[in-house]
Write a protein that binds this ligand. Sequence first.
Ligand code: PMP
Length: 367
Amino acid sequence: MAPTKFNFSAGPALLPKEVLLEAQKGLVDYEGTGMSVMEMSHRSANYDKVHRHCIDMIRKVLDIPTNYHVLLLAGGATYQFSAIPFNLLGDGNAVYVNTGTWSKKASTEAKRLFGERIKVVSTPTFTLPKVEDIEIPENCKYVYVCDNETVHGVEWPSAPVFGDVPLVADMSSNLFSRRLDISKYGMIYGCAQKNFGPAGLTVAIIREDLVGAAHPMCPVLMTYKTHVAKTWPAERNQDSLYNTPPTLCIWITMLVMEWIDRCGGIDGIEKMNRDKAAMLYNYIDSSPFWTTFVEGEIRSQMNVVFKCTKDDVDRAEILDFFQERGMSSLKGHKSLVGSLRASIYNAMPKEGVECLIQAMKDFEAAH
Ligand code: PMP
């Protein structure tokens, strides 16, 4: 099997080569300290600098207003499926908009915990609902969406705003891929295995007035206030962490933030992402041999889900063809029969998408 040159995995996914090389250096001896970041006490001055700088860089990259907290939480996005209703539901209801695998998983967990207080709105697969068609009940504490459905390749083109009701968005597969108007959201969160770091960390950005009304049975580590109380506002002492955070993930995320900054910041990254996605969708639209599952402005800029239009072509043959050219992990999710998926996150260079398009053209010509 040819070694991977371009990794199209949906996650854990590729990181910028530059960041991996930097990380390689610091892994053994971090800035002349004689120890690895992994070996430092999370309460040491050296690690504290890393932690604070990571948060500062996240704020800088996304231009986060001062009335939002940035929390670096251990665990994946699935952990937040439980944490969000525990922290935000209070004595009210919430609306979950099911648009694919990940919003469905989140609503299933919220319903398991809080039953009828969780209202679920579902849409036909590969579509998004109109904001005005969603009914908001009395005492609605938040509306939950998955901003980019990693499996189905559907992405909200802009924040769906529901008046004053806080919007909670799972951005696990598109956080840091484009500019956001943070003020339109109550909470944004994303796990770090796609656009910004190794698995094990979740970044949560949460408006300060939404912290503090957690359910009394909410586990202490799941309670946002626990972390806010220790890291906010400027309590820059070495005792500012409630527990041991995933230090290695945080350090690498910090390096990714610096990389984004060097790429022209979030606008530079967004332009690269839009160019890559347009190139791939334009080619697929122009070819009778390939087709996408999603149409129009809701097409994901991160996860392009497509398939071959010829029923007699075996998907395994296509995948082998791609792999021979050094492109891996293009298999679509098992729930979408015959599908292929190209995840073209921030770190995927333009050359990777060009290489994929060329292989698709060559495969088509050979059939
Ligand atoms: N939400 C989305 C949009 C995802 O893509 C994923 C992971 N693929 C998750 C949630 C779950 O993340 P984790 O496996 O880190 O819990």
